[in-house]
Design a protein around this ligand. Structure first.
Ligand code: DAH
Length: 340
């Protein structure tokens, strides 16, 4: 029996020396000292020996057991340490490695255009104001003098939320809100989103942007309107830009006009951008209709005013030579990055 114990001890020690992983070590432990392990079986068989032999063999078996346990413990500690070292090595951070490049986005061409428009009007003493994109039918149509049969009121042209509420089709309702909440002198501009039931194509989008302007004070005339908008055109499109006012109709202004600017691509000779005419239509404008001033409780004997509204997409597309409005909403960085 002594020989057997010696054999187990030597064999086990040899195996432990070769062990490279914790599961392997555990396997050895079970093989020797598990419930049915080699050493366990021997210890179980002790009962069959004579009392003297049992004493002597018991001592040797316990000593063997102790030695194997010690060997397993040592191997366990060594393997643990090795694993820890490997983990630390794997997790080491090279602080000299160059950092990953941070990619900055760029301003959207519509944002750039709106900021340019805003800068010009701020420089002329206009204050920025805003109105909600979800508006009342009253503010969007009735208060702006668009009668019950006005074509834009049609269900097929406008996104209605219900009979009284809609997605504004223009920024002009901000005029109504301003007239109701401020007293003259008024000088505001209001950029924002508008919505119309249009099928998207190269020049139409169901969502687009406008900038509205409103001036109300004593003695405001068409000359003020022309002076302000001509100055805007020159600051926006270049000093040499000429402007032209064509009579038009809007329900909330009287008289009404559309303003053309001389083509900033060809200077007026005629090209693809101005479709050969030398002029580009840029905005609608006019003298605020007395019935609109009345909605705001403004004394029309004392005060007059002018208003204007322009499409931001149109200005951006003309200025940057963008030929399809849908490009503005795709958020393709390859497109947007060109306007850095
Ligand atoms: N709201 C008009 C539109 O969407 C644009 C407009 C025209 C605004 C004349 C005005 C204005 O303030 O006076 O077509």
């Amino acid at each position: 029996m002594q020989e057997i114990l010696k054999g187990i001890l030597e064999e086990t020690k040899e195996q432990i020396e070769k062990v490279v992983s914790l599961p392997e070590l555990e396997e050895i432990r079970i093989k020797v000292m598990g419930k049915k392990g080699q050493l366990t079986e021997i210890l179980k068989g002790m009962g069959k020996l004579s009392p003297e032999d049992r004493k002597e063999m018991g001592r040797i078996a316990n000593q063997t057991k102790g030695e194997i346990e010690a060997a397993i413990n040592n191997a366990f500690k060594a393997l643990k340490e090795k694993a820890q070292e490997a983990k630390l090595r794997a997790e080491k951070i090279d602080i000299t490695e160059p950092a990953k490049e941070i990619k900055l986005g760029t301003k959207h061409p519509l944002t750039v255009t709106m900021e340019e428009i805003a800068k010009v009007f701020k420089s002329m003493g206009f204050t920025l104001t805003e109105g909600p994109e979800i508006e009342t039918v009253f503010n969007n149509f009735d208060a702006l003098n668009a009668g019950p049969n006005h074509p834009a009121r049609d269900w097929t042209d406008t996104f209605y939320v219900n009979e009284e509420v809609l997605l504004r089709t223009q920024t002009s309702p901000v005029q109504v809100r301003t007239l109701q909440s401020q007293k003259p002198p008024i000088r505001v501009f209001a950029p924002g989103r508008c919505f119309r039931c249009d099928t998207p194509d190269a020049t139409h989008s169901p969502m687009f942007h406008q900038v509205e302007g409103l001036v109300v004070d004593e003695g405001i005339t068409m000359a003020d309107l022309k002076g302000v908008l001509d100055s805007f055109a020159k600051q926006m499109f270049g000093e040499e830009t000429k402007t032209k006012f064509r009579p038009h109709h809007f329900p909330f202004t009287e008289p009404s006009a559309e303003m053309d600017v001389s083509c900033f691509k060809c200077g007026g000779k005629g090209c693809r951008v101005c479709k050969g005419s030398g002029w580009i239509e840029i905005l609608g404008c006019g003298m605020v209709h007395p019935s609109v001033l009345n909605v705001g409780g403004i004394d029309t004997e004392k005060y007059t005013g002018f208003a204007f509204g322009m499409g931001v997409e149109r200005v951006a597309m003309l200025k940057y030579g963008i030929d399809d409005i849908r490009l503005l909403y795709e958020n393709d960085m390859r497109f947007i990055e060109q306007f850095k």
